[in-house]
Ligand binder design. Structure first.
Ligand code: 5GP
Length: 180
């Protein structure tokens, strides 16, 4: 296990749960009378998605994609690889992509283009975290949990070398040196 430095809490479990409930209410209101196809991006979005969908009062299906852009490093290569595609067809459905964090925007941009080509009735994005300072390509963010500065965060689904995903809060790793 790499020495990742000290953890400093950025958002507590309570702050996160309050914000996620708000997002769920907003999504419920925006999609009234429709059903939703929620597409979670593995693995980072799993914890956020699990809490989010339980705050949404609509008919809803779940599907997942796994993509790889970073491997075990913490800087973007710009290369997006599909490791797992959807199990279901999304043509004609209202699709909401749920992602953990938007950094350069390359991953979400790629996913939006890919899924848009499959003919959904609508396609929106919901991200737990937005790191606008690092954006390289513009991506439309319809629902955002928190905007954060350019720091490397872990917890609530986000990892460092696959650890820390299970932390119920969001933390910054102080002294994290691996960013390129
Ligand atoms: P993008 O393609 O927007 O540059 O990268 C998005 C992906 O980068 C996220 O899904 C996540 O896996 C990873 N990432 C970006 N910033 C962070 C961060 O601060 N912490 C962690 N754990 N992953 C990050």
């Amino acid at each position: 296990m790499p020495n990742a430095g000290e953890l400093r809490v950025l958002y507590t479990r309570e702050a996160i749960s309050g914000r996620v409930a708000e997002l769920g209410r907003q999504i419920t209101a925006d999609y009234q009378g429709r059903s939703l196809c929620v597409v979670g991006i593995l693995k980072g979005a799993t914890i956020f998605l699990a809490d989010l969908v339980r705050s949404i009062s609509l008919p809803l299906t779940l599907d997942f994609m796994a993509v790889s852009s970073y491997g075990h490093a913490t800087s973007s290569t710009g290369v997006v690889r599909i490791l797992k595609d959807l199990d279901t067809h999304i043509a004609g459905h209202h699709v909401l992509i749920v992602e953990d964090i938007v950094d350069s925007g390359l991953t979400l941009r790629y996913l939006l283009n890919l899924l848009a080509a499959r003919g959904p009735a609508s396609l929106r994005t919901c991200v737990f975290l937005d790191k606008p300072a690092r954006r390289e390509v513009e991506v439309p963010l319809d629902y955002v949990g928190f905007a954060i500065p350019d720091v490397f965060v872990v917890g609530y689904g986000l990892d460092y070398a696959e650890d820390y995903r299970h932390l119920p809060y969001l933390a910054v790793i102080d002294g994290e040196k691996s960013r390129g």
